[in-house]
Design a protein around this ligand. Structure first.
Ligand SMILES: [Zn+2]
Length: 408
């Protein structure tokens, strides 16, 4: 019906295309390091990058972990802004601790307005087929469509459902669809970033992205839709060496502290007022042997990782090829890790943007994860929240200048 009205009232079909609303399909390929795109296994995604916009290095927030980074992509806020400062953390103002997905049962862990919530609040429809915490209520709101996370869901089912949502008539079509794949991250951890198993996982996802884009192209053509595809990752992956793992059983665990092993760092929360933090700091530093160091307040401030009740009272950090692990390197099926600061080049991820709203053949050397939200909001013609740390930065160049529209 809308197409007929459009046909009758527009001077040319070209104008109808320009006037219909944009849809954004936001896809996360967990653990897809920035340079994976240049591997032979990623040929489809690379060809999409050539026909659209590519960010060579997308810088990750700190820490470069799955839940903090995905929520920063989704909310435009740093981890201390949206509250999920690690995959597992505690807070000094509550006795229990967060672990991945806790926001579904208790939204008090979460702050900010994710894109899917922004869409729903401003009258649109958002459909998520997985994204960390996309099945939790932000400001009491859920996406119209969402799925409780189940990592076993076949990739075919995910892509099929997304294409079904996108093929809905324009009036019902979501403004935002999210999709998430974990396979590249899993292989990168177990086998290492350069292993054949990781290459094979990249190849599998590459095939699914190809099918997704070809479905989108068909819908754009046949339904005169304006569906755009944005591929991102939460972080990269560094090779690590079990011979250099630090056994957390050898580290102090004094009374009065809650200790959390976060793989690239160990966090101590002071739970009792008389717990001696200076003594703990000295003990840790005496036994470090250069393998790890204490994160001083000025370093945490540089990383915007301070002044929040979830930031531990004492944090020690290591760098690749070291990892904190119970038992050290014994029986470790672990050859890749992330969570290190953005100064480790291997933590950078990628971004590819293609579709009617994005520039063709554009290369942006570097952008930040926090740039994604304002650019997505602009493309979807949504008013973003006022407290965003980024105005879109270098990523603004990915958006085409808006074409003139004619009234329907
Ligand atoms: Zn991971």
């Amino acid at each position: 019906m809308r197409l007929i009205v459009c046909w009758l009232s527009c001077a040319a079909l070209l104008w109808c295309g320009a006037a219909s609303a944009n849809t954004l399909v936001l896809v996360s390929i967990d653990g897809f390091r920035w340079d994976y795109l240049d591997r032979s296994e990623a040929s489809v995604m690379r060809s999409l990058a050539n026909k659209g916009t590519r960010v060579m290095k997308l810088r990750s927030v700190y820490p470069s972990k799955t839940f903090p980074a995905h929520l920063s992509l989704a909310t435009g806020l740093r981890p201390t802004g949206h509250g999920v400062v690690d995959n597992y953390f505690c807070r000094n103002d509550r006795p229990d601790c967060y672990s991945m997905g806790s926001g579904r049962k208790d939204p008090d862990w979460l702050s900010g307005i994710p894109l899917w919530t922004l869409v729903e609040m401003q009258g649109g429809r958002a459909s998520t087929f997985f994204w960390p915490e996309s099945d939790a209520r932000f400001s009491g709101v859920l996406p119209t469509d969402y799925r409780a996370y189940d990592g076993r869901t076949p990739h075919a089912d995910r892509v099929k459902q997304v294409l079904e949502w996108l093929a809905l008539p324009a009036r019902e079509r979501p403004a935002l669809v999210t999709l998430y794949f974990s396979a590249v991250d899993s292989a990168g951890h177990t086998f290492g970033p350069d292993a054949p198993q990781t290459r094979s996982a990249i190849s599998d996802i590459d095939t699914w992205i190809g099918r997704l884009w070809s479905g989108i192209e068909t819908i754009n053509r046949e339904l005169e839709a304006n569906i755009n595809l944005l591929l991102v990752s939460d972080h990269g992956m560094a090779p690590v060496d079990p011979d250099h793992f630090i056994d957390t059983d050898t580290l102090p665990r004094p009374a009065g502290f809650k200790r959390v092993n976060a793989s690239t760092r160990v966090m101590y929360y002071q739970r009792e007022a008389d717990a001696d933090i200076e003594a703990l700091k000295s003990e840790l530093s005496a036994m470090s042997g250069g393998r790890y160091w204490h994160l001083a307040p000025e370093i945490l401030a540089q990383r915007h990782y301070d002044q929040h009740p979830a930031v531990a009272d004492l944090i020690i950090e290591t760098r690749p090829p070291h990892v904190f692990r119970r038992g050290g390197g014994k029986d470790a099926n672990l050859l890749g890790m992330h969570g290190y600061p953005a100064s480790e080049e291997d933590m950078a991820s990628f971004l590819v943007a293609i579709g009617p709203a994005f520039e063709v053949g554009k290369v942006i050397e570097e952008a930040h994860q926090l740039d994604v939200y304002p650019v997505a909001a602009k493309m979807l013609e949504l008013d973003p929240p006022a407290n965003l740390p980024s105005d879109g930065g270098a990523l603004r160049a990915a958006l085409k200048a808006r074409e003139p529209t004619v009234p329907h």
